[in-house]
Design a protein around this ligand. Structure first.
Ligand code: 5GP
Ligand code: ZN
Length: 149
């Protein structure tokens, strides 16, 4: 378990996104630096549905620092056109839920980037897990596009 990222070790042990950060749970990771991690949503609304999280655990927006929010936003700005292109989408929706009342289901701050298609679903949550092979394939394509800039 990485040290220094969590205010409370018990939070890290119970949070699925902290487990992904620590390499204790699998994910199709797109990018990581010293502040943020991006990976594919396990139950995508559409192919390429991505989550961006700060490495430090925050339940939601209310405790996130401006610096962490900026890091997430800058990564979203870089990733959005790449995801849109790789998934051959016509648009891209960004959603970010804070609190159970808002529909949040995983309590580690995250931003959704969801490729949108004319006539496609306008949802925030997908209905079922995607095939791991499909996730692996699009993750590889996005990672490759990211390395090209
Ligand atoms: P929220 O409702 O909190 O905004 O969205 C949580 C998102 O996390 C959902 O879209 C859900 O599919 C996704 N999710 C939940 N558990 C996992 C997981 O273990 N791995 C990945 N990659 N995504 C997850
Ligand atoms: Zn966490």
């Amino acid at each position: 378990m990485q040290q220094g990222l969590f205010g409370d070790e018990s939070v890290a042990q119970n949070c699925i996104f902290c487990k992904i950060i620590a390499g204790k749970a699998p994910a199709h990771i797109l990018y990581r630096d010293e502040q943020v991690l991006s990976f594919l949503d396990i139950s995508p609304v559409s192919a390429g549905h991505t989550l961006i999280i700060p490495l430090k655990h925050h339940d939601n927006l209310f405790t996130l620092s401006g610096e962490e929010m900026t890091a997430v936003a800058l990564h979203a700005k870089r990733l959005a056109p790449i995801i849109k292109r790789v998934s051959k989408a016509e648009g891209l929706a960004i959603h970010q839920l804070n609190g159970r009342a808002a529909g949040q289901t995983v309590f580690h701050y995250h931003m959704h980037l969801i490729p949108s298609h004319h006539g496609g679903p306008k949802l925030i949550h997908g209905r079922r897990p995607a095939a791991p092979s499909a996730l692996a394939e699009i993750a590889a394509d996005i990672r490759q596009a990211l390395t090209k800039g």
